[in-house]
Design a protein around this ligand. Structure first.
Ligand SMILES: NC(=O)C1=CN([C@@H]2O[C@H](COP(=O)(O)OP(=O)(O)OC[C@H]3O[C@@H](n4cnc5c(N)ncnc54)[C@H](OP(=O)(O)O)[C@@H]3O)[C@@H](O)[C@H]2O)C=CC1
Ligand SMILES: O=C([O-])CC(=O)C(=O)O
Length: 269
């Protein structure tokens, strides 16, 4: 039986997920979509062979087995509540929202009492499998260094507040470092992966953001140290054609997670 997916957010990630379902790459039906941006939503619907319904959030949750949030950190509380209070599953892409401890606790408790599951894909980073295993023992340090082209960081609240001209840098430059809970507010569309790392680590990962004027890819380097030893992973991500802030791998990871949810045999930690 195909699972019924409700999609909130029809941008770069949402489009890839919907296309994968439409192609039959996931044993699922796209039951319904919702987006505040009618242009993105209509473009997605037009491109699909099997057209989803357009409904408001509550009805979308009602029609779905799993609700996929691929919208924004601000959307997470409402979307999670709509899904979990009905005992539906949810996949969260705007993971930065979960650095709000109170919200994270509320989501965990709703999931526990309703039986709805919460899926958080690895997104645009590599190495979460090893970090998950390592976190069973003691972890001492997790550091994420994200190196991005100027276009990918433009409009971030930190950049706007500091009145930074990202085009003025001539060489790779560290423009920010701090704990993940602060970084996800300073760069909400750039380092959701820092929240994913932190939730696995059990405390704030340290985040470093580098702007590289010559970069054509989004690079994420993760260094973790603990009882297990030392782990270093690096991924050079092709940006999504629809949103330069978002790496294509993030969308693929959402599709892989959705596919995993439908399988009886699951590979990897
Ligand atoms: N976990 C990870 O590894 C990664 C996570 N992300 C995050 O995933 C999310 C989706 O990314 P992406 O597809 O690239 O984003 P896009 O901006 O391309 O698409 C998001 C869509 O959702 C809409 N939207 C935003 N907020 C709401 C809301 N409250 N209610 C309804 N619709 C809303 C947007 O509308 P509008 O155009 O009006 O804003 C837009 O159409 C983002 O939060 C992004 O930061 C991205 C990359 C990696
Ligand atoms: O896609 C990426 O490279 C990472 C990203 O935007 C995020 O984590 O928010």
């Amino acid at each position: 039986m195909p699972i019924k997916v409700g999609l909130v957010g029809c941008g770069a990630i949402g489009f890839e997920i919907a296309s994968a379902i439409d192609r039959g790459d996931v044993n699922a039906d796209l039951a319904a979509v919702f987006d505040r941006n009618p242009k993105n939503m209509n473009r997605l619907i037009e491109a699909m062979r099997n057209k989803p319904e357009v409904v408001e959030l509550e009805e979308l949750a009602e029609l779905s087995d799993i609700v996929v949030e691929a919208a924004s950190q601000a959307a997470v509380p409402q979307v999670a509540e709509a899904a979990l209070k009905r005992g539906k599953d949810i996949m969260i892409m705007s993971v930065g929202a979960l650095m709000d401890r109170e919200l994270y606790r509320r989501i965990c408790s709703m999931a526990e009492s309703s039986g709805g599951r919460v899926y958080i894909p690895s997104g645009a980073i590599t190495g979460l499998d090893g970090l998950k295993s390592a976190s069973v023992g003691r972890l001492k340090r997790v550091v994420l260094t994200s190196t991005k082209p100027p276009a990918s960081l433009e409009g971030a609240p930190y950049v706007v507040e500091k009145n930074m001209d990202l085009r003025s840098f001539r060489e790779p430059t560290l423009i920010y470092e701090g704990p993940a809970s602060e970084a996800v507010r300073a760069f909400p569309a750039n380092v959701n992966v820092a929240a994913t790392l932190s939730l696995t680590y059990g405390q704030d990962a340290w985040v470093r953001i580098v702007v590289d004027p010559k970069a054509t890819v989004n690079v994420h380097e993760v260094v973790a140290e603990g009882d297990f030893g030392r782990m270093v992973t690096r991924v050079e991500n092709v940006p999504s054609p629809r949103n330069p802030r978002t790496s294509y791998l993030a969308a693929l990871s959402a599709i892989a997670t959705l596919r995993n949810a439908t399988l009886n045999v699951r590979i990897g930690t």
